[in-house]
Every structure is written in structure tokens, then in C-alpha cells.
Design a protein around this ligand. Structure first.
Ligand code: NAP
Length: 246
């Protein structure tokens, strides 16, 4: 198949946690670019409401029942995508904080475990379920929604604002960054490009709407990384301004 022909074929993306916040806007943005978008969401009502809103906005959206912490749910999502004709881009956006103020010395281990289960293991679980589909795409892309609070360089820079002390959330994003690099190493000789994205400080449920950016602004980097050209970067960490230090 020639590349020119492939450019005419509608591409399909899966966005996890797409029922609200940044994930919803990633789905809307990819839809506006002509992509068909699987709206990955664990709650049926929230999922269907998002799909309806996206369709009303002209997006070719469909619901994908998906709890990233559940093996059976993720396997079923992969089967659904396969039935729908495959997958070109996976945006691992679903995430939780477990609360942003978590001092290490008083850590609730269940909170730490839950953050890692969703933000890291969940990404590995979904990625591995979707990789067989992605490998059949002519231009497979994976975006892991990270955060600059997971940047060890920022956390150790006395002049940088790396957020509050958060022993579950921030290290879970550092872990996710490391996982992203490991996938990039394994997939180096394949067409799969995998990168981590930071959306900036965005007003969503995640932070009680304290962020100063809109979800649409927060979606921009992930959309760019999901639609990279074949010679685009892999194994990197980016925000709107370019490279984020690890
Ligand atoms: P949000 O509005 O709270 O959305 C989080 C999404 O993840 C929701 O759709 C939520 O679904 C979903 N989710 C959580 N656990 C899930 C699970 N087990 N299975 C499936 N879906 C699950 O937060 P957001 O700000 O848009 O965050 C999106 C991503 O950006 C996260 O990875 C976050 O860490 C990252 N991020 C956000 C900011 C920011 O300033 N907001 C900054 C840096 C990075 P429910 O509705 O069912 O709970």
C-alpha cells in the first residue's frame, strides 16, 4: 500500500479517560482533524453523554467501555477496536492524583498503590492490549499523558515550580516517563512513535478546576504527538513549548 493511499483512509484513535477534561478535548480535536475517535470511559452514562456531545459537534465518535485498571475491560476494548477496523493512535490520558498533598512520611499506601495502578500499570495494560492493532497501522502513535510534576529535573531545580509534595501522583508520572522511554527503546526499529506529553496546569476535576489553562489548550500537545509525521520524535517528553526535561 502506498503512503498516499493511506493518507486518504480515515484514521482511528482511542483516548482513555475521554469522557471529560483534557481527554474529551483530545477526542474533540482529533475528531476535528477527521479522525474516528474511540471514547474510552469506564462509566456508561458519562461515556454515552460524551459520545453524544462529540457527535453533535460533528465528530465520528464511538464509545469504548474501558477501565484501565481492569484486565477484562481492557481486553474487551481491544476486541471492540479490532471489530471497528483497527487502531492508529492510542492516547493514554486517564489518570488520577489520589489527592495532591501527600507527604512521603505520612503516605497512605493504598493511595500510592492506586495512583501507580491507574497512571502506570494501567498505561502498560492498555498499551500492550492495543499494540497488536497499532502494529497493523501504517503510522502508529502512542501518547502517554504525563505531567511536568513528574520531571525529576524540575523537582530538583530549586528555581522551578514542580508542584506540591505529592508522593503518589508526581512519582507515578516519573515512573510513567521511565516506562515511556522503555517502550521507545523496544519499539525503536518499528514505525511506532511513543512520547510523553505535559498539558500544562489545566482547569479540570483533577485539580478542583484551579488550573489556568483550558482543557482545549491542554489537549494540544497530545493531539500533535498523536498525529506526528513518520520522521517525528519518539521517546521524548513534550509540552507546548517543546522538550520537557526528564
Ligand atoms: P479529569 O478531568 O479528572 O479526567 C480524568 C479522566 O481519567 C476521567 O475521564 C476519568 O474518568 C478517567 N479515569 C480515571 N481513572 C480511570 C480508570 N481506572 N479507567 C478509565 N478512566 C479513568 O483530569 P484531567 O486533568 O483531564 O487529566 C487527564 C490527564 O492529564 C491525567 O493523566 C492527568 O494526570 C494529566 N494531567 C493533568 C493536568 C492538569 O492540570 N489538569 C496536568 C498535568 C497532567 P471518570 O470520569 O470515570 O473518573
Amino acid at each position: 500500500m502506498s503512503t498516499d493511499t493511506n493518507q486518504d483512509i480515515q484514521k482511528t484513535a482511542l483516548v482513555t479517560g475521554a469522557n471529560k477534561g483534557i481527554g474529551y478535548e483530545i477526542a474533540a480535536g482529533l475528531g476535528a482533524l477527521g479522525w474516528r475517535v474511540g471514547v474510552g470511559a469506564r462509566d456508561e452514562q458519562r461515556r454515552e453523554e460524551a459520545v453524544t456531545r462529540l457527535r453533535e459537534a460533528g465528530v465520528d465518535a464511538f464509545g469504548v467501555p474501558l477501565d484501565v485498571t481492569d484486565d477484562a475491560s481492557v481486553a474487551a476494548a481491544a476486541r471492540l477496536l479490532e471489530e471497528r477496523g483497527g487502531l492508529d493512535a492510542l492516547v493514554n490520558n486517564a489518570g488520577i492524583t489520589g489527592g495532591m498533598a501527600q507527604t512521603p512520611s505520612t503516605a497512605d499506601l493504598d493511595v500510592v498503590r492506586d495512583a501507580v495502578e491507574t497512571n502506570v500499570i494501567g498505561v502498560i495494560r492498555v498499551t500492550n492490549a492495543m499494540l497488536p492493532l497499532l502494529r497493523r497501522s501504517s503510522a502508529p502513535r502512542i501518547v502517554n499523558m504525563s505531567s511536568s510534576v513528574g520531571s525529576l529535573a524540575r523537582q530538583t531545580d530549586p528555581d522551578a515550580d514542580s508542584g506540591p509534595v505529592a508522593v503518589a501522583y508526581s512519582p507515578s508520572k516519573s515512573f510513567l516517563n521511565a516506562v515511556t522511554v522503555q517502550y521507545a527503546k523496544e519499539l525503536a526499529n518499528s514505525p511506532v512513535l511513543i512520547n510523553a506529553a505535559c498539558p500544562g496546569f489545566v482547569a479540570t476535576d483533577l485539580n478542583g478546576f484551579r488550573g489556568h489553562r483550558t482543557p482545549e489548550q491542554g489537549a494540544a500537545t497530545a493531539i500533535r504527538l498523536a498525529t506526528l509525521p513518520d520522521d517525528g520524535p519518539t521517546g521524548g517528553f513534550f509540552d507546548d513549548d517543546g522538550v520537557v526535561p526528564w
